[in-house]
Design a protein around this ligand. Structure first.
Ligand SMILES: *[C@@H]1O[C@H](CO)[C@@H](O)[C@H](O)[C@H]1NC(C)=O
Ligand SMILES: *[C@@H]1O[C@H](CO)[C@@H](O)[C@H](O)[C@H]1NC(C)=O
Length: 403
């Protein structure tokens, strides 16, 4: 054998060894190469973090952290930026299973992505929050002061982010929480939790500008989408919601640190069997003046929804509220148009604004709702109620004008 063919065999040997180790493609950081194992009982957070840290430090236009097919146990973990590459992609093909030991969670998140410009999360994988055993420990629906369970996926301080094609299952608290983000788009998201799971909001956001949520299927125990303080330029399109509490602006006006909310469009959505359809809720006794303005709800299908259109500025789910002071949140320029379907309760449209800050510029376009409940005769006629609101009709409504 000549030295050339020996060199060739050595080369082939190293080639095979490299491919087997899985470190074949540059710019791809497979968590399995950092010690992650396909085991639901193991905490793979240290291995995931090692892969992330290397990927985040790697320069270039694009790097990827890959979670391959399989089931990976995962304790709470924060993936910190900023990263060197222009775009860091977290691709999840497998299923991530959260720890069921609540003592392990020191912050209010399970998987958090923090301070990254140029971020992508995709891959068809599943984030299983394993909330079933945690839900009995959530006292927040009953008590004003309560300990929060961890949200499943947190997006904090992200700029230019795309989240697509992932599933969140049985979160302990919210499925996804978007905070302090700029230009973030979520598409083809699937969210699943039972209708009685407490505070499992689908996608919650706050303090963010430029949020798009499109073509997604959300069924959960609380709001499908909830819009918090400081949200501007939100675009929601093609969402199917149910079970759940509907699409909700708020609740707002509870805390003294809250900011304004503006420029929200919700279009081409279907709500099925939800407790609310389109809801704006602000607390009474709010400690600070804020403004909510320029909201458009259009092309909405309601199927057997309890409160189809609901503006509630006297929101207080606890017995402790005294109604001493009306909400200080001022609502301006709201359009409800092209809303059709069925209402499970007789109160299909309810617009209750603040006594001290009446709503201005509320417009009702074409609204056509029929009753899907069981009351008969006159009792089955839908109603619309409004108070402290200046309302303009720019279309045809059934039920007719507010009384
Ligand atoms: C959100 O959608 C609007 C168009 O409706 C688009 O101009 C904008 O770039 C989108 N934002 C992101 C982050 O994709
Ligand atoms: C509306 O959303 C549905 C999915 O819910 C989608 O199939 C349809 O193409 C959308 N229509 C428009 C006009 O965007």
């Amino acid at each position: 054998m000549g030295s050339k063919s020996i060199m060739f065999m050595v080369y082939v040997f190293f080639l095979i060894a490299t491919v087997q180790a899985g470190s074949s493609r540059p710019g791809v950081f497979n968590v399995k190469n950092y010690g992650a194992v396909n085991n639901a009982a193991k905490d793979n957070a240290p291995a995931f973090l090692k892969a992330w840290t290397e990927a985040c430090a790697a320069p270039g236009a694009y790097v990827k952290v890959l979670v391959p097919k399989g089931t990976f146990g995962l304790g709470p973990v924060i993936f910190n930026g900023p990263c060197k590459a222009k775009m860091i992609h977290f691709e999840v093909k497998g299923t991530l299973k959260a720890s069921t030991d609540l003592n392990k969670f020191k912050t209010d998140g399970w998987v958090a992505f923090y301070e990254i410009t140029g971020f992508k999360l995709s891959g068809g994988g599943v984030f299983d929050g394993q909330g079933t055993s945690a839900w009995p420990y959530n006292k927040c629906p009953l008590k004003k002061h309560c300990k929060l369970l961890p949200h499943s996926i947190r997006f904090d301080k992200l700029t230019n982010a795309r989240i697509s094609g992932i599933t969140s299952l049985n979160s302990k608290m919210f499925h996804m929480n978007i905070n302090l983000c700029k230009d973030i788009a979520l598409d083809s998201i699937t969210i699943i939790a039972p209708d009685l799971s407490p505070n499992t909001d689908g996608i919650h956001m706050g303090n963010s500008v430029g949020v798009n949520i499109t073509n997604s299927n959300i069924g959960t125990g609380d709001d499908c989408i909830s819009v918090g303080s400081g949200t501007h330029k939100l675009y929601v399109k093609g969402i199917t919601c149910g079970p759940g509490h509907g699409l909700s602006i708020g609740s707002l006006g509870r805390y003294d640190w809250e900011e304004d909310v503006s420029d929200i469009t919700v279009t081409n959505c279907t709500l099925k069997g939800t407790t609310n359809g389109l809801r704006i809720k602000t607390w009474e006794e709010s400690p600070k003046e804020t403004k909510v303005s320029n909201l458009v709800f259009t092309n909405i299908k309601l199927i057997n929804v309890l409160n189809g259109v609901l503006v509630d500025q006297e929101y207080c789910p606890f017995v402790s509220c005294s109604k001493k002071a009306p909400s200080k949140v001022k609502l301006t320029n709201v359009l409800f148009d092209k809303i059709s379907g069925t209402s499970a309760s007789k109160e299909a449209i309810k617009i209750i604004c603040s006594k001290s800050r009446p709503c201005e510029g509320v417009k009702l376009g074409d609204i056509h709702l029929t009753y899907s409940g069981t009351a008969v005769g006159k009792d089955g006629v839908l109603t619309s109620t409004c108070s402290n609101a200046h309302i303009t009709s720019i279309g045809k409504q059934t039920p007719g004008a507010c009384k």
